[in-house]
Design a protein around this ligand. Structure first.
Ligand SMILES: [Zn+2]
Length: 696
């Protein structure tokens, strides 16, 4: 046999052993579960090439479920081994599982279809075995290596996560074993880490490590203080006569719940294979919204009799499998931190990572938000870091692993000059973010401003994407936003990958945007704190850009939802000479008076402004002529705004019959109250009510 194969196997066995120890005994894994599985599979492949009797096979770490118990705890032999489950993934594998069971039970056709399953969430914590005698907890043990675990009874008692004594009137019997998972809720974990940090103590990479680390503390006063939780997921044993009444897994869980054990309610009982698959889909969608981590689901046969009949393989039961999703957290290396300049000049540090698969997606970058966050997480260049990506959330760097920090790792220093224009960065004392204050003369900000201006919800210039915006700015074709409207075919054809057809289409889009309307224009300017909704409100309230431009701070704050911060931001924008120059150039290019576009924005354009124009209205009680939705639509079409609660900012309260507390509040605040008759009267001069009503 090749000498190097033996060496390779020895090397890999040691490596795997080390990771097993890190995971199970030290609660400080260095690699993700997926990477571990990959290493294990590779080793398995190599060991398969050995003679069956080869001594290396006997000493293989493969198949040793957990780890040797950590010294310091008494060792407990499990009455029944704590097995692990075979892992499956993908919808087809669920069907295969069902088919395999049917064939092993020699069931065909409708009998096979009739098999029923229980599906439980697979909690990401530390597995525990709890033994009860005469209804009293007598032993709590970790899984350990599956045969021998650690006695953590004192910690479980201190943590108060399970009943220490169950009342006699239960269906569990006198002697039984409960298995379940001790874990930490995500919200509790966050708080714990914040507290640990405030005390200058070690923080945890994830809730699993925090829960496992707590359960393995020799001082049980720590478990008493930390926010641990527990879900029971299996019942074993049980005295004859009582437990026999329970014939399915789900009935067992119900009985555990009745006896006072925490059981997760998100589960599925008596399910067909199709229902199992549907449940898995739902659970995967809900996964990131749960307050605790799960890494999959457990699918098992409901019938305890059939479970018994199928029995066990060497290390796994035949009647159950773990359906696993890709891990939401993985370890990788922080290669560099680069700074990006946004539209408002905000400089955001971004982590460049050694590519790693997280949540099934290859991740190479993660935002670090700001300088303070890097300091808080103590991230150094070259560090090994945990990266998390849950659901559709942008990947984030959770924590560094300081134990693995290389000697040449370097602290990150936030630059004091813009990485793009070399201008000075400033940071107001109360803010976390550094900003390049060069404004439009910073090409990074010009590119972002251009993209924002052209955005679908702003001026809606289709085809003006990242690459094009960068080139237009880099080539000096767009020094001011208004230059966009001076572009010619000849200009555009100088741009990479631009053909005549595309250039013409783009010029059409740009020309059309001239009449995009006031609200889109205001939003497109990219004034800080002025989002799409505020821009619409401002357009409705002021009616013209000129009116907005002349508005005082006081007038601005009278607009709906505009507080002092937003108002100051608008005033600041409108009093910055460079921005005003931009604005004047732009205003020459766009036509904000265009009625067609304003109609599309819902602005009243015919005749004098209505009674409701720019006003805030609250509806209460019942109207005879219109439903509440219809009345709201009418008021909004007349340039008014309907809100839910009465405040000093409310201009009118429209009170129908049986008006309640809102009317009282309006009276106490001195807000003008109008009844239905006045409302209808106010509509009449516009002669629009019928027309509007027909549209509803
Ligand atoms: Zn800059």
């Amino acid at each position: 046999m090749a000498e190097n194969l033996i060496d390779e196997i020895k090397r890999r066995q040691l490596e795997l052993l080390r990771h097993q120890r890190l995971y199970h005994a030290d609660d400080a894994p260095e690699i993700s579960d997926e990477t571990y599985d990959q290493l294990a599979r590779e080793l398995e492949g190599l060991e398969a090439r050995l003679e069956p009797t080869h001594p290396l096979k006997r000493q293989s770490p493969l198949g040793k479920v957990g780890s040797n118990p950590r010294s310091g705890f008494a060792t407990v032999a499990h009455e029944r081994p704590m097995l692990s489950l075979a892992n499956i993934a993908g919808q087809a594998s669920v069907n295969q599982f069902g088919e395999r069971l049917a064939s092993q039970l020699e069931l065909k056709g409708s009998q096979a279809q009739g098999l029923r399953y229980a599906v439980d969430l697979k909690f990401d914590g530390l597995a525990l075995s709890l033994r009860y005698r005469a209804g009293r907890l007598v032993m709590a043990a970790t899984r350990g290596d599956g045969t021998l675990g650690e006695d953590v009874t004192a910690n479980v008692e201190a943590a108060r996560i399970v009943p220490l004594q169950v009342n006699e009137n239960n269906s569990l019997g006198n002697e039984f074993e409960v298995r379940g998972e001790v874990f930490m809720a995500r919200s509790d974990f966050k708080q714990l880490n914040a507290d640990q940090q405030a005390r200058g103590e070690k923080t945890f990479a994830n809730p699993r490590n925090a829960a496992a680390g707590t359960m393995r503390q020799l001082d049980s006063s720590i478990a008493a203080l930390r926010p641990l939780r527990f879900f029971a997921y299996a019942l074993l044993g049980g005295s004859p006569g009582t437990a026999q009444q329970l014939s399915t897994h789900s009935q067992q869980l119900d009985a555990l719940k009745r006896a006072g054990f925490p059981v997760c309610d998100i589960r599925c009982a008596e399910a067909s294979i199709d229902q199992v698959i549907a449940f898995i889909d739902r659970a995967e969608t809900a996964r990131s919204d749960l307050d605790f981590d799960i890494d999959g689901v457990v699918v098992k046969l409901e019938s305890l009799t059939l479970q018994e009949q199928l029995g066990y393989l060497a290390r796994t039961p035949r009647f159950a499998v773990a359906y696993k999703w890709p891990s939401e957290q993985a370890m990788t290396r922080l290669v560099a931190i680069e700074c990006q300049v946004g539209r408002t000049g905000a400089v955001t540090p971004v982590a460049r990572l050694e590519p790693v698969r997280v949540g099934g997606v290859l991740v190479t970058n993660a935002t670090l938000h700001n300088e303070g966050e890097i300091a808080r997480k103590d991230l150094w260049l070259g560090d090994t870091v945990w990266v998390r990506r849950a659901g559709d959330v942008i990947p984030e760097v959770v924590a560094a692993v300081p134990e693995l920090r290389p000697k040449d790792a370097q602290r990150f220093v936030m630059p004091r000059h813009c990485p793009v224009c070399k201008g000075v960065l400033e940071r107001p004392a109360e803010e976390a973010v550094w900003r390049c204050v060069s404004g439009f003369s910073c090409s990074a900000q010009r590119v972002q401003a251009l993209l924002h201006f052209a955005h679908r919800r702003a001026m809606n210039i289709e085809g003006l994407g990242d690459r094009l915006a960068e080139q237009l700015v880099e080539r000096g074709m767009v020094r001011h936003l208004a230059d966009l409207y001076k572009l010619t075919e000849v200009d555009l054809l100088k741009v990479d990958r631009m053909g005549l057809k595309l250039a013409r289409k783009l010029l059409d889009e740009i020309a059309n945007s001239r009449t995009a309307g006031l609200a889109r224009f205001i939003f497109g300017l990219g004034i800080r704190h002025v989002g799409e909704k505020t821009a619409k409100d401002l357009a409705l309230f002021f009616g013209s850009f000129d009116a907005l431009r002349k508005a005082s701070l006081e007038q601005l704050t009278q607009a709906p939802d505009v507080g002092p911060v937003v108002a100051q931001s608008i005033l600041g924008f409108l009093s910055t000479p460079a921005l005003l120059a931009e604005l004047d150039l732009l205003l020459e290019c766009v036509n904000l008076q265009n009625s067609a576009s304003q109609q599309a924005e819902g602005v009243a354009v015919n005749g004098p402004p209505s009674l409701f124009f720019g006003k805030t209205v609250v509806l209460t009680g019942e109207l005879q002529s219109y439903s509440r939705e219809q009345a709201q639509a009418i008021i909004e079409s007349l340039g008014g705004r309907v809100t839910g609660s009465v405040s000093k900012r409310t201009d009118f309260v429209l009170a129908g019959q049986n008006a309640g507390s809102k009317l009282d509040k309006a009276n106490s605040l001195g807000v003008t109250v109008i009844d239905e008759e006045s409302f209808l009267g106010a509509l009449k001069p516009t002669e629009r009510d019928n027309e509007l009503f027909n549209k509803l």
